[in-house]
Design a binder for this molecule. Sequence first.
Ligand SMILES: Cc1ncc(C[n+]2csc(CCOP(=O)(O)OP(=O)(O)O)c2C)c(N)n1
Ligand SMILES: [Mg+2]
Length: 693
Amino acid sequence: MAVSEQTLTSKQLETLSINTIRTLAIDAVQKANSGHPGAPMALAPVAYCLWQQFLRFDPADPVWPNRDRFVLSNGHASMLLYAMLYLAGVRGTNPEYEPVSEYAVTLDDIKNFRQLDSRTPGHPEYRITAGVETTTGPLGQGVGTSVGMAIASKWLGARFNRPGFEIFDYNVYTFCSDGDLMEGVGSEAASLAGHLKLSNLCWIYDNNHITLDGPADASFTEDVGERFRAYGWNVTHVTDANDLQALAKAYNNFAQTKDRPTLIITDTHIGYGAPHKQDTNEAHGEPLGEEEARGAKKAYGWPEDARFLVPDGVLEHFQQGIGHRGSELRNQWKKIFDEYSNKFPDLADEINRMQHRDLPDGWDKNLPSFPADAKGLATRDSSGKVLNALAQNVLWLMGGSADLASSDRTRLKFHGAGDFQPGSYAGRNLHFGVREHCMGAAVNGLALSKIRPYGGTFFNFNDYMKPAVRLAALMEIPSIFIYTHDSIGLGEDGPTHQPIEQLAQLRAMPEIMVFRPADANEVLESWKVIMQQQRKPATLVLTRQALPTLDRSKYAPASGVAKGAYVLADAPGGKPEVILIGTGSEISLCVAAHEQLVSQGVKARVVSMPCWSLFESQNQAYKEEVLPKAVKARVSVEAASTLGWDRYVGPTGEIIGMRRFGASAPIKDLLKKFGFTPENVVEAARKTIAQSK
Ligand SMILES: Cc1ncc(C[n+]2csc(CCOP(=O)(O)OP(=O)(O)O)c2C)c(N)n1
Ligand SMILES: [Mg+2]
């Protein structure tokens, strides 16, 4: 529909385009009767200027590896992103994340904002909508993730660029709100980005002085600019978000700043243009209402009755802007990449495999083997060995720890692994510092950039990063979280450090694999399963204390890990009267109890169950083979919360677990106090046999 019969000047087209973004947000939120119209209205020119003039993004290929990333950390402003994706004509992707000819977001999708199965969910979701670089909504996650993306760009550039071949040099632009900068993870992320001098990272802060409960100064009065300067950022200020020239100047200032990340503080008025509710809390977090929507449209010179109006010329204007510019940039890149592929076929092959999350040939060569050993080693130690072997085969496997690398054995020690620091961006050891939450988010940013990342800390401190782990699961990206010191078995550090409920919590989470291997060979097998995941994050839950390496000529091979649970030691004839089920460090207990029971003539079976969800995904026949329904005498043994084990032991079973917090003491005293002894397992076995008769 034409707004005007006359040919529009480019200035008028700009205004028209910006107001199209705004009114689409107003109408979508109004129709859905929920959502946040205010931030999209205010940020429309800020996004418009960035996408039209600066963002190196080709709408025809939303997965072009060297595209600039746009992250909407204030995910509640999702309609801003959906409007941009629609107006820019961004194409969709298929389930393999390859571009297709259909659009990522259509006008109908916008009319379906927040509806079941729509491509326009309430908050932007990676995996659902092409062009959404990461799932945002929990404030602070987007800014944290964007640091991982910026690290990835620097690392990819250092690893793959050659003179004359700038294959990776993308920038990361992140819109963020007061909430993002109030959240702790936002501060962790800013501190880390400042330390790392990530000059390719630009955060655009929507300084609107308001949050959901009202004026931001009820809780947020610090000088944000000064704070970021202290972090080592370049800080610039745009005092009027409607001033496109000032915005362009700020983006140029970012482009020219080569030694630090940039924060652009943009002063805005939420719900800009909504005449009555402007600057009040009422335009906030809810639809404008019919009357206010009309008022806003009137103020924009918009037909008041129009809904979802995209005036003639607007789509073309975006095509001529980001569409044209993006296509040229990608074509240039493609030409260079073709040449690069001829000149450096191995490097190009690596890049191509990474993009598809494929492993290199020989990814599992030279892995360590672990002979039977009664003294054995801690699973954190076997994991460190396996990780170091894998990382020499998979050159894009990289990560680090939240200041516990020497404890969680995540350090890559081989020659050339290096440290990722300013000036040495090819290093593969990341130092996240004591910033677990940011580590989780940054690991996700690396995974979204097709690096295979891991982050390590003590298991108990999963609590400090759980929101990021949850997003990895929701996004279905293969982040790896390595957790050591996995139980009271860590000893003297006591209950502040001894996880109890963390396993139950992670097992309750959809789409994530939780491994608690029982010995070095189960560690090896867990790593093999994890490495082959393209869509699932995984956690490895490992011990501080040494565990015997089981004699696999006597017990079943550890390859059973791939099925989540397997019969490790059986009763004579394979017809058990009692089943002992355990994970991790408690398996050696079960094995000791098994020996005693067998010697006493009790037909016992030991089932090692390192990964519940993998076991659940097996067919019924296999499950029945491992845990025959007819055998009702069962004992579970795990030094963690008992929650959930009733599923496997049933009403006549016995659960040996933790029903309280741990204590500070040497490990042997703790194991005795809390019943983690072979004798206690034997006793429980006898009890359940009696109960089940
Ligand atoms: C971690 C987290 N806590 C709370 C919320 C709920 N929430 C959504 S928006 C918002 C605050 C809005 O204020 P601001 O961040 O300044 O964004 P603006 O409304 O100004 O766009 C809150 C608390 C959330 N999304 N994430
Ligand atoms: Mg705000």
